[in-house]
Design a protein around this ligand. Structure first.
Ligand code: G3H
Ligand code: ZN
Length: 284
C-alpha cells in the first residue's frame, strides 16, 4: 500500500534500522525494487527525480507504482527526489506522491527555510510528508579539510533551527557522502551525525549519496540515527553491468525482454542485499 513517511520512518528510527530509498526510471526498475522489497518483507521508498519524471512521464510512473503497491502487502512510499522548486513538488503531490523532497539547500539559509515552508504548507494538509536538506554534499573526489567540513557539512545549530522552522518530516544532512561514483572511500563525520540526532531525535535523518559507501559505515550511520538511505548509482551500475554481460554473451540476440530482464534481476539482487544491510527485512 502507498503511505507517507511518518509511521515508516518513525518505526525505523525507534528500532534502529533504515528504510531504503531506491531511484526508479522505468518499468524494470519499479518491478525489480518491488520484487526485492516484497521478498524481504521490507518497507520501501521508490523515488523519482526531476529527470526521471521527464524520461518516464510523471503520470506513467505514478500509475505503475500505484498498481504495483496495491498488489504488494508492504508499505510503499512514492517520493520526489531532490525537487528543485515548489512547482514540481506541487505537481507530484497532485499526481499522488506520498512524500516529496524539496531541495533548496543551495540557497542561503533563510531562503531555504522560506522555500521549504511553502512546500510543507501545501503538502501537509494533503497528507503528504516532506524531506528537505541542509548543508552541501561532498564531491566524489573531495579530500575535505576540517575547515571545509565546518563550512559545507550540516551545522548542528542550523539543523535544529531548520527542522523547527520548517516542520519537515525528515532531514537530509551532509556528513561526507557524495552523489555518484567515489574516487576514494568517503570519510563520514559520525560525530556530527550523532550530535544532530541527539539534538533532534524526533526528526528522521536521511543519508544521500549512499552508493559505494561500505556496509559497515552504513550500519554505523544507522546506529547513530540515520533512518532513510538513498541509493541510485549502485542500481545503475548493477543494471548496466548485467545488460552488457548478457549482450556480450548473446551478441545475436534480439530478445529485449531477456536483455533488460537480466538488468532487472541484477537490480533486484542489489536491493535485497541493501535491505539486509539496512536491517529493514521483516519490518513491513
Ligand atoms: O538522492 C539520491 C541519492 O542521494 C543517490 O545517490 O547515486 O550516490 O547512490 P547515489
Ligand atoms: Zn541525493
Amino acid at each position: 500500500m502507498l503511505v507517507n513517511s511518518i509511521d515508516v520512518l518513525e518505526a525505523a528510527s525507534r528500532q534502529h534500522y533504515a528504510v531504503g530509498h531506491f531511484n526508479i526510471n522505468n518499468l524494470e526498475t519499479i518491478q525489480a525494487i518491488m520484487a526485492a522489497a516484497t521478498a524481504k518483507r521490507s518497507p520501501v521508498i521508490l523515488a523519482v527525480s526531476k529527470s526521471a519524471a521527464k524520461y518516464g512521464g510523471l503520470a506513467n510512473l505514478v500509475a505503475l507504482v500505484r498498481l504495483a503497491s496495491e498488489k504488494a502487502d508492504i508499505p510503499v512510499i512514492l517520493n520526489l527526489d531532490h525537487g528543485p522548486d515548489f512547482a514540481l513538488a506541487k505537481d507530484c503531490i497532485d499526481a499522488g506522491f506520498t512524500n516529496v523532497m524539496i531541495d533548496t539547500s543551495k540557497y542561503p539559509y533563510e531562503e531555504n527555510v522560506r522555500l521549504t515552508r511553502e512546500v510543507v504548507a501545501y503538502a501537509h494538509p494533503r497528507g503528504v510528508t516532506v524531506e528537505a536538506e541542509i548543508g552541501a554534499l561532498a564531491g566524489t573526489e573531495d579530500n575535505i579539510s576540517v575547515e571545509e567540513k565546518d563550512a559545507r557539512y550540516t551545522k548542528l545549530e542550523e539543523a535544529v533551527s531548520f527542522a523547527r522552522d520548517t516542520q519537515i518530516d525528515s532531514l537530509a544532512i551532509a556528513i561526507g557522502t557524495a552523489h555518484g561514483v567515489y574516487k576514494a572511500a568517503p570519510q563520514l563525520d559520525f560525530d556530527r551525525l550523532s550530535a544532530i540526532h541527539q539534538a533532534i531525535p524526533d526528526v528522521p535523518l536521511v543519508l544521500h549519496g549512499s552508493s559505494g559507501v561500505p556496509a559497515d559505515d552504513l550500519r554505523e550511520a544507522i546506529r547513530r540515527g540515520i533512518a532513510k538511505i538513498n541509493i541510485d548509482t549502485d542500481l545503475r551500475q548493477a543494471f548496466l553491468a548485467a545488460v552488457q554481460q548478457k549482450m556480450a554473451a548473446e551478441p545475436d540476440s534480439v530478445d529485449i525482454r531477456a536483455i533488460l530482464g537480466a538488468g532487472r534481476d541484477a537490480i533486484q539482487r542489489t536491493v535485497e542485499s541493501k535491505i539486509d544491510i539496512f536491517g529493514s527485512a521483516n519490518q513491513a
